[in-house]
Design a protein around this ligand. Sequence first.
Ligand code: S3P
Length: 424
Amino acid sequence: MHENHALRGQITVPGDKSISHRAVMLGSISEGTTVAKGFLLSDDCLSTIRCFRDMGVDIKTDGNTVTIQGVGLKGLVKPANELYTGNSGTTTRIISGILAGQDFDTVLNGDESIQKRPMKRVMEPLSQMGADIVSVRDNGCAPLSIKGCSLHGIDYHMKVASAQVKSAILLAGLYAKGDTTVTEDVVSRNHTELMLKGFGADIETDGTSVILHPGKKLKGREITVPGDISSAAYFIGAALITPGSDIIIKNVGINPTRDGIIRTFLSMGADIALINETEQAGERVADIRVRYSKLSGTVIEGSIIPALIDEIPLIAVAASLSEGRTIIKDAAELRVKESDRIELVSEGLKSMGADIEPTDDGFIINGVERLHGADIRTQKDHRIAMSFSVAAIASDGPVVIDDTECVNISYPGFFCDLKKLQSK
Ligand code: S3P
């Protein structure tokens, strides 16, 4: 580790990916205009924009402000071709809830990775609501054929912790007869619930249940999208493991369903402070100050997992350089993300000299003093590429990442921003 790699100064990370997707979806099916400021114009969110444009919605981008002319719940039109969701699991799963309630048929498809990701988890509850949704190749994956149907509300207990599935059910619930209730064991990210409320839907929460009463029209509005904590995570991790670092990341969303990385790093001994805490469009936001810290191992399991699921590859990097043992479990979902993240994180970190063993649902990691250069396989997974870019800072030899373009999925300016923090 070299002192001259220290991260210093202030940075603003791009808008939250989950909230940006939802702004386009809810804005499109609302009445009136929605203006989303601080929108994340990354490949994934552009996939959502493309799908709604293909269904007749006028969506304009100007810098990172996106203006959506809502067509109302029933105003979408049948797309001329299949809807293409690219690499975006969020688009694919959540949009299927909206498509299930339309008067027209659609085929939903995405890239090679999307065509391998499990879709039964949305097909099953939507079918229970009366939807006609099938996997074209009968393998439980996209392409999906969705025939417009009349839906009825259900009372659904979630089998996997998935905000995408919960959101698909709630959005289908807007088109259903009767109430829709979704109950989770642990509340996954709740941006859909918060935004639906902001757009005027009749929705309430009761413990870990969300109840949607259909019948209310959604009204377009102005939204300011907070910075994405999942993008801030890379700089938080990089600053923590690099001696001399002291950074502030401005205006980051710290919704309690997403802040697991902060809670975990604090429990590992991190010097992290939240400043200027405030609320924006129902979402909690703060500036995050992070200073280099000596971290110690921890156990990450159970109810915190959904609140840091996307950050686990980065946490594994930091844990590899911590003192003692870190155990991560209950995270089998990592195997069905954009890649099998348990496999790629273990393989990559091992090749860099880390002491890491994969398990069925996580990792066992014993901290080491330093990491070495290695060739890293990403399978075009953005979070793998960014996590290993952070690992590279703590490495004493060159790290060659086989694909860096994939960072555009969630964070187009990632390498520029990392350089900026390292040049102060
Ligand atoms: C997301 C939910 C999570 C997360 C994904 C974004 C969302 O996926 O991993 O990056 O915006 O709803 P799951 O719903 O599969 O847990």
